[in-house]
Write a protein that binds this ligand. Structure first.
Ligand code: GTR
Length: 445
């Protein structure tokens, strides 16, 4: 390397280091959210009469009457119309790593063309998702932890040869170089890369993909993709938002994973962080197959109650990320209490499946308090199914028995080792292997 290049590289590293410590220090000064629960109870009360639907008294009332009503409302007012499930086609399968010579297991890339009702701006007219599947050594069928991650697949498993990036537009932070470095430095070791080795050792398969293969996470750029996914005849202000498109992608990945004989279709867990946590919750609300859900720091339009506008306000989220939502959601900017549904009702649509909500002490923007109150608000529906009550009373003292579970770790917005530790102990308990099924078997609808 020439002297001049070395000098430039050195300067870039120093500037990056300074920016990082300044940014990091500034972020570390963000206050902790109050230790005691604050804020009003979730409203409307979950079993109360809603629109013309009378009070809910049984599981059947919930399933047959209230759930369809709420699903329609979440689509028309917040997320936009869910795309139709038309099917998929496997385009190719390539083994990137075989389970030999100390490898953690088998890693393969399954390229999947998602069928859509109308062609769109994707190369070839329909989205192609590269699903990266790791199956551990040993005898399955394995439970699988499945979810979309923030940047392209090339940053999923940094040491793995053969990974490739997406050809779609990426958010600015995923551009590599200094911004990419900052993402990991600020948002944690696992911001883009799940702990594959640990999962393999514990007998979990991992399925990862880049939701930007379906809808790029960039305002304006996303619009023609969203238009193409929107069911024909949908009113313009209910056009599919990116969160709904990514939730739909989760379900298409479940379509692909379920028939794989190495995997257990009854133990597919859907997870996501932040925007992908929102999509994880939404997908499970519309798809009964995921066995459990982990939404980490999913905030506004995720696990956090929205009608109080604490945390990220509707006005901010719809300005920064207009492509995530139905245009109709913007009407609630500055007046979120006008919305007649809230996120405890979305969580209740997952009943009786186990749900883990993760939060960070300094993540005011992600609204840990609102997420906790949303679980409290959803709980009466879980109790209709005979689940133990959500009995946690302190934000920082998780209840290790609950089907609805909440934790708050130190720190900011990001994905850290502690998050995966919390999640794995939750899955070990709630999505147990058939052999250990008896004492903790999850509740069946
Ligand atoms: C933030 C956004 C949040 C959250 C987050 C993320 O900028 O305000 O709603 O989704 O991005 O996805 O990391």
């Amino acid at each position: 390397m020439g002297l001049r290049r070395k000098f430039v590289l050195g300067a870039v590293l120093i500037v990056t280091g300074l920016a990082l410590s300044a940014g990091g220090c500034a972020l570390q000064r963000l206050p902790n959210v109050p230790k005691e629960i604050t804020g009003p109870a979730a409203s409307p009360p979950i079993l109360a009469a809603f629109q013309s639907d009378p009070k809910i008294q049984t599981q059947e009332d919930w399933q047959n009457r209230r759930a369809p009503l709420l699903k329609a409302r979440f689509q028309s007012e917040i997320y936009g119309a869910m795309p139709a499930a038309v099917g998929y086609e496997i385009v190719s399968r390539e083994v990137l790593q075989r389970p030999e010579k100390g490898a953690i297991g088998t890693i393969e890339r399954i390229s999947i063309a998602l069928k859509t009702t109308q062609p769109g701006p994707w190369t070839g007219g329909r989205p192609i998702v590269d699903l990266i599947l790791m199956t551990p050594k040993g005898k399955g069928p394995f439970p699988v932890i499945a979810g979309g991650t923030f940047c392209g697949n090339n940053v999923l498993l940094p040491k793995q040869p053969g990974m490739r990036t997406t050809t779609m537009a990426l958010p600015q932070e995923c551009g590599g170089g200094v911004p990419g470095f900052l993402v990991t430095a600020i948002f944690g070791l696992h911001a883009n890369a799940p702990p594959w080795e640990t999962l393999a050792e514990k007998g979990y398969a991992l399925a990862s993909w880049h939701p930007g293969d379906v809808v790029p996470d960039v305002p304006v750029v996303a619009e023609p993709y969203l238009e193409a996914l929107t069911p024909v005849g949908t009113p313009p202000d209910q056009r599919t938002g990116a969160i709904a498109a990514w939730a739909w992608t989760n379900s298409r990945m479940v379509d692909v994973l379920s028939p794989d004989p190495r995997l257990d279709p009854n133990r597919i867990v859907i997870w996501g962080h932040s925007r992908h946590g929102k999509a994880a919750l939404l997908s499970a609300a519309f798809d009964p197959r995921p066995a459990a859900i982990w939404a980490l720091q999913s905030g506004t339009a995720g696990a956090a109650l929205g009608r109080d506008d604490v945390g990220e306000p509707v006005s901010d989220i719809t300005t920064s990320f207009p492509h995530w939502f139905a245009p109709a959601y913007r009407a609630y900017a500055g007046k979120p209490a006008d919305l007649d549904v809230d996120q405890h009702q979305l969580i209740a649509l997952l009943a009786p499946r186990p749900v883990l909500i993760g939060t960070g002490r300094r993540d005011q923007w992600g609204d840990p308090h609102g997420s906790f109150r949303a679980l409290q608000g959803a709980d009466p529906v879980y109790q209709l199914y005979g689940a133990p009550a959500f009995s946690q009373i302190k934000l920082r003292q998780p209840d290790s028995q609950g089907v609805l579970a909440f934790y708050m770790r130190p720190g900011l917005h990001g994905i850290h080792t502690e998050d995966w530790e919390e999640a794995l102990s939750f899955f070990d308990r709630t999505v147990p292997t058939p052999a250990s099924n008896a004492p903790n078997s999850r509740l069946k609808p």
